[in-house]
Ligand binder design. Structure first.
Ligand code: SF4
Length: 154
C-alpha cells in the first residue's frame, strides 16, 4: 500500500541526502555477487528470480544425494526414509540420485522442481550439489558451459 504521507515529511528523508549515481548503484549491485577462489567468474544470485530454473531443468542428468541429505529431505517431506527412497531416489551404481520428470519432449526437470512456479520445492534442504552451483569443480576449466547454462554468471 502506498503511504499518504509525503516522503519529504518522513524523519529519515532529507533534501540533502546524497543521490546515487549509476556507478554507485552498480557498486551496490556488485556487493551481492558471490566469488570463490579459483573460479574465473562470479555469481549474481539476484538473477535466479527471473531465470526459471535453468540449473534444475534441461538434459537428463543426476542430482546426487548423500545419506544425511536423504534424511533431511525425508524429514522435510514428513516421509520415512524408505518411502522417500521408493518415491524419489534412483540408484546409480553405488550412489543415489533424485529422480527426474520429463516436462516436455527431451526436456527434464528434477522431481522437486515446480515447473509452474519455477522453484525448488525442497529449497531449505536441497542437496549439496544444488547449494554449491555454479561453483562446481568441473566448471573451473569449463567457464563457457556454465555461462551458457546460468544467467547469473558475471
Ligand atoms: S533439489 Fe531443488 S535446487 Fe536441486 S535440482 Fe531439484 S529442484 Fe533444483
Amino acid at each position: 500500500m502506498r503511504s499518504a504521507v509525503p516522503a519529504s515529511s518522513l524523519p529519515f528523508f532529507s533534501k540533502n541526502m546524497p543521490s546515487f549515481s549509476l556507478s554507485d548503484r552498480s557498486e551496490l549491485l556488485r556487493e551481492t555477487w558471490i566469488q570463490k577462489e579459483g573460479y574465473p567468474y562470479a555469481f549474481d544470485p539476484t538473477a535466479c528470480a527471473a531465470c526459471g530454473g535453468a540449473c534444475c531443468t534441461g538434459e537428463s542428468g543426476y542430482i546426487w544425494v548423500r545419506y544425511d541429505e536423504m534424511n533431511a529431505i525425508a524429514d522435510f517431506l514428513e516421509l520415512d526414509l524408505e518411502d522417500f527412497g521408493r518415491m524419489y531416489l534412483r540408484k546409480v551404481k553405488h550412489r543415489y540420485s533424485l529422480t527426474e520428470k520429463e516436462i516436455s519432449q527431451g526436456d527434464f526437470a528434477c522431481i522437486f522442481f515446480d515447473a509452474q512456479q519455477k522453484r525448488c520445492t525442497i529449497y531449505p534442504v536441497r542437496p549439496r550439489q544444488c547449494r554449491t552451483y555454479p561453483f562446481w569443480e568441473t566448471f573451473k576449466s569449463n567457464e563457457e558451459e556454465v555461462r551458457n547454462e546460468c544467467p547469473g554468471i558475471v
